[in-house]
Design a protein around this ligand. Sequence first.
Ligand code: PRP
Length: 206
Amino acid sequence: MLRIALPKGRIGDDALGLFEKIFGGEFRFGPRKLILERGGFRFLRVRNQDVPTYVYHQAADLGVVGLDLLEERRLDLIRLLDLGFGRCSVSIGIRQGESLDFSRPSLKVATKLENITRDFFSKRAIPVEIIKLYGSIELAPLVGLADMIVDIVETGETMRQNGLYPALSIMESSAYLVANRNSFYDHKGAILRLRAQIEEVLRGSP
Ligand code: PRP
């Protein structure tokens, strides 16, 4: 039985929707349930940030996770398929009315995506102080904790509501189907079959 780690929220729901289209029946976690067995698969419901961990440590064979997190975590996982949903960008956000200025002598950047942020600025030889936060990133520039943020922008509404705007996109992201190397070689036939079935559903959807 293939084990698939799914994040809570939209991406996980969209992933279960794909499985419904392939196998029929209802794929939905019961209230507060963390394991769902359906159609010969065992789905694990985990926090978004924990999907790569479950897959990498082989507690799950497969996972569905945003490219942003894959880039941030840098674990050696096989990226089997871009699922096309969960689209968002990782963007630099600054206060409305300001323009992006990397030449200031000291720049403080608040983010939960430390590695992506460090890479972006070090590739451009821009010295910054990175302030790691775990959520509500948009608050940081408003209270003087940081000059700018690097955060996920989906609709842009969170930034807008907090007087910020995305001044520059660092990367585009969407949900990927991933596997760890051992599971992939042990269950290659089943995994490639599943990927083909998902691809077929994705081709059929608008
Ligand atoms: C992300 C991000 C923003 C928000 C952006 O947080 O940190 O706050 O979504 O979405 P929008 O552009 O549509 O307003 P998320 O909801 O993923 O929560 P998290 O901080 O727990 O990761």
